[in-house]
Design a protein around this ligand. Sequence first.
Ligand code: SAH
Length: 233
Amino acid sequence: MAWHSSGSTNAELVSNMSANGLIRSELVRKAMNAVDRANYVQNKRDAYHDSPQYIGHGATISAPHMHAHAAENLFPFLHPGANVLDVGSGSGYLSAVFYHLVSPPSSPTGKVVGIEHIPELSDWSKSNLRADGLGAALDSGSVVMIAGDGRLGSPEHGPFNAIHVGAAAPEIPAPLVDQLASPGRMFIPVGPDGGEQAVFQVDKDASGQVQKKALFGVMYVPLTDRKEQTGVA
Ligand code: SAH
């Protein structure tokens, strides 16, 4: 099912993902409708294919169905006004979806911090977000795109109600667990590069207790250092 949601328009892609049960929440559907994937890819012809696409520098924009899984999983923590961290923000697509969820019209404005370790991608994501209508959110600081090592998180902007990690970590980085709010949830693929990987849901409850649960198998690019990813220091 997951790969069969491609459409010829953004609306069709989102509606196919709803029909296939990948999008279940009305608010996630609305947010994904508000973000045009064509603004976050290099080859617009493939914008509405339910597949990952190469965005340069050894990175891909994740497949739409993975973005839907991430948004649905984190949804209980994406209330209006929530503070969100998107690690390995790449194209900026999912940061935009999170922004619409935590900052709906006439509600408290939330904040989304995206961290990407390839500065060129971080700059590109900002122009993508502007093209997609989020220039004012960038200017006001409701969306912040940082170039840096996401394994360290962003302590100055935390704690975060929700943390999304868009690349597979060999193990769950401790700073990210530390920066989860109580309560808070992290969605993170874990496993070796090219090997067996699973998405983990890491929940911190109101008293600070942490629970980790494997959800399903996946294939992500690695959460790594820049030299390892691009061959350039
Ligand atoms: N979620 C994004 C990108 C997914 S690909 C999207 O869908 O567009 C994973 C991204 O993680 C790549 O852009 C890669 O450059 C980035 N990445 C890998 N290791 C990282 C690290 N240590 N810190 C920050 N970003 C990292």
